[in-house]
Structures are given as structure tokens and as C-alpha cells.
Ligand binder design. Structure first.
Ligand code: ACM
Ligand code: ZN
Length: 367
């Protein structure tokens, strides 16, 4: 969680490099970060976890016993959206459903299949605790939340998450089984699609478009959805061939929470190795596309997940300079790109960032 002063400092850097969308991931298993007036427990309960896993979450069983929390008030959100708009940047909020929603479940256990109790997660990864799609009250909750979200964010797109939802609970939940029978849904993937399609209808009815992670393709893609491709690039090819718009952010090139240099000399990061040169080498437009299809590649995005990024200084270290490579990938013709030229310009830019109090990775020390 970063206070809005830091968020604005980040937006300054986006603006400087023609990065014109700020995708703001506001809800997850480990914290709900946006005030929703109709559901105060989302922030009262859902914004705080009682501790945090120490080290690699796949192997560690050690936790701090220090509460960690934070959320943005609606006034703060408006301030950030206005600040970004003045700089030509659209803020797209992400409200995760039906997975990555444990913080919401902790606040309102009736949203889940089993009814809880749930606890805001202290560790990372994927949870089997997800929203119950069998209950109309879950849909009502999502519409209420999105109604407030739409008032705060004028963006054409609203990101509804959709990634990494555990689907076990739906198999044994009588309400979810009933929904599947009533709607003639063949499996849990189709149950997830059912939810996404209903949410899309709601958003479209309010003049907005639905954006979601590529899992929303499983079980049938909502008719007007835009897909944010994070797993493999082939997901982007499939979505484009089906006539859908796509934002490309594959882990292999765009996950700025990966190691940017030899891991043994770097602060602990999420898995994966992604040095500046690899980010720069990315071409989001697959050669498999016709010219018409290529127009459906709406953009490219860098992702900076913060599980292993405990401080603002640290996220700056992860973001810069790799985010500058994302900007050049987004705006340059591949034929005009030159890594040696880019690297030289980046080294000067790093000095500029340092002069302004940012904490970029010292590229000159790259191994
Ligand atoms: C994701 O990285 N789970 C979208
Ligand atoms: Zn259920």
C-alpha cells in the first residue's frame, strides 16, 4: 500500500514517458484498499491483515505479528483520478472477482460458499476461498460496489480481475450447483463465465466496458470483453482471432516484480528473471496477425505486483528503469528499436530520476 503522495509521484513518471493508463489494483486477498460507503467493513475489516508472511511464501511458515493495512478514501481516489487526468492518464480500477476476494469475504462472510469465518490473508498465492456465484446477494453486492466505483472512475474500462479463482468450493456448494443446473452450465469454468457475463451486462448498461485477466476466456468469453493477457501470448492470439480487444502483459516480458539482475545479489523478488533488455525486446503484436487483427492489440502493460515489495523505495527500484522499456515497447516500431541506443538514454534518465529523489535500479552495476 502506497499513500497517495507516492501514487502521484508514480503518475508523474508515467506522464513523462507517455504511459497513458494507470491500472490500479485495489482489492485482493491480502487487503481491500478502496472505501465503499455502502459496505464499510470492506475497509474496517478487509483493509488490515494481522501479519505478513516472511520470505518466500512457498516455503516459509514464519509470519510477522504486526498488523499491515491501508486504504484510499473516496476523496483521495478522486484526487488521484483528477491528478492523472490533468496529465493525460486514464485510471482504470480493478475490483477482483470471483477469486482474490478473501479480504471482502473476511468483511462479509455471506459472500462465500461456506459462509466463513474468513481472515484477510497473511500470505501470497491462490486461495480456494472465493465468492459464491449461486447467491443473488453476491451479484447485488458486486453491483453496489461497482456503482460506487463508476462514480469515482470515469474510465471507459473497468477491470474485474477474473484471474486465479479456486473453483473447488463451487463443486460442493448447493447454491452454486443449483445455479449451474438452472443456467445449464456444464462446469465451474462456465459458472465463472456466467458471473463475468452478468457483470459485463451491468457495466455495458452503464456505458462502460469490461476488462479482465485472460482466465475470463475459460468457460466462454463475455461478448464485449477486453482481455488482459498475462499467462501466455497464445491467449492473446485466441482472443484476437475471436474478435476481442486485448492488452498484452505476458509474465515473460512484462512482470516487473521479477528479478531484474542475478537473483543471488538482488533483494527477494517474485520468481522469474526479467532484465531490462528482455523487457525492451518484447513485441506485443504477434506475427500471426493480419493488419486488421493487429488493431485489436489495444496496448501493452507493465505489472508491478507488490507482494515482495515492502516499501515505496523498493517499488521504485523495481519499476525504474524497466517501466521505461515498457513505454518504448508501447510506442516504437520494432524496426526502429535499438537496445544499445536505449540503454544509453536510460543511463542518463537514471541520473535524472536520482536527482529528483527516486530510487531506480543502478543499471551501471548490472552483472
Ligand atoms: C496475475 O498475475 N494473477 C494476473
Ligand atoms: Zn457457492
Amino acid at each position: 500500500f502506497s499513500p497517495i503522495g507516492e501514487v502521484k509521484r508514480f503518475i508523474d513518471i508515467l506522464a513523462l514517458h507517455k504511459l497513458n493508463v494507470f491500472h490500479w489494483h485495489l482489492t485482493d486477498d491480502q487487503g481491500w484498499r478502496i472505501e465503499i460507503r455502502r459496505y464499510p467493513a470492506l475497509t474496517q475489516t478487509g483493509s488490515v491483515r494481522r501479519g505478513t508472511v516472511v520470505g518466500d511464501h512457498r516455503t516459509s511458515s514464519e509470519y510477522t505479528d504486526e498488523p499491515y493495512g491501508g486504504y484510499y478514501t473516496q476523496d483521495e481516489i478522486r484526487e488521484v483520478v483528477a491528478y492523472a487526468a490533468e496529465r493525460g492518464i486514464m485510471v482504470i480500477p480493478e475490483i477482483e472477482m470471483p477469486g482474490h476476494a478473501v479480504a471482502a469475504l473476511a468483511a462479509y462472510p455471506w459472500l462465500g460458499c461456506a459462509g466463513g469465518p474468513y481472515e484477510v490473508m497473511r500470505t501470497w498465492g491462490v486461495s480456494e476461498d472465493v465468492l459464491c456465484i449461486g447467491k443473488e446477494s453476491t451479484l447485488g453486492f458486486l453491483k453496489d460496489v461497482l456503482t460506487e466505483v463508476l462514480e469515482l472512475f470515469p474510465s471507459e474500462y473497468i477491470h474485474i480481475g477474473g484471474d486465479e479463482a479456486g473453483k473447488q468450493a463451487w463443486k460442493s456448494c448447493p447454491k452454486c450447483r443449483r445455479r449451474m443446473a438452472d443456467e445449464e452450465l456444464k462446469n465451474e469454468d462456465e459458472l465463472q463465465s456466467y458471473l463475468i457475463c452478468r457483470v459485463e451486462k451491468f457495466l455495458n448498461g452503464h456505458g462502460r466496458k469490461l476488462l479482465g485477466w485472460d482466465e475470463i476466456m475459460e468457460g466462454g468469453l463475455a461478448p464485449n470483453a477486453t482481455v488482459m493477457v498475462w499467462r501466455g501470448e497464445e491467449g492473446g492470439v485466441r482472443a484476437v482471432k475471436a474478435g476481442h480487444r486485448v492488452v498484452m502483459t505476458p509474465g515473460k516480458f512484462c512482470y516487473l516484480d521479477s528479478y531484474q539482475d542475478a537473483p543471488q545479489f538482488q533483494p527477494e523478488a517474485s520468481g522469474g528473471y526479467l532484465p531490462l533488455a528482455n523487457v525492451y525486446s518484447y513485441d506485443p503484436v504477434s506475427p500471426a496477425f493480419t493488419e486488421e487483427e493487429a488493431k485489436l492489440i489495444y496496448g501493452v502493460q507493465g505489472n508491478l505486483w507488490a507482494e515482495y515489495i515492502p516499501t515505496d523505495e523498493h517499488y521504485e527500484y523495481m519499476a525504474y528503469p524497466r517501466l521505461l522499456a515498457i513505454a518504448e515497447v508501447a510506442w516504437s516500431e520494432p524496426a526502429n528499436k535499438s537496445y544499445p541506443d536505449f540503454r544509453g538514454r536510460v543511463c542518463r534518465e537514471i541520473g535524472w530520476l536520482r536527482d529528483r529523489g527516486y530510487h531506480p535500479f543502478p543499471l551501471e552495476q548490472e552483472l
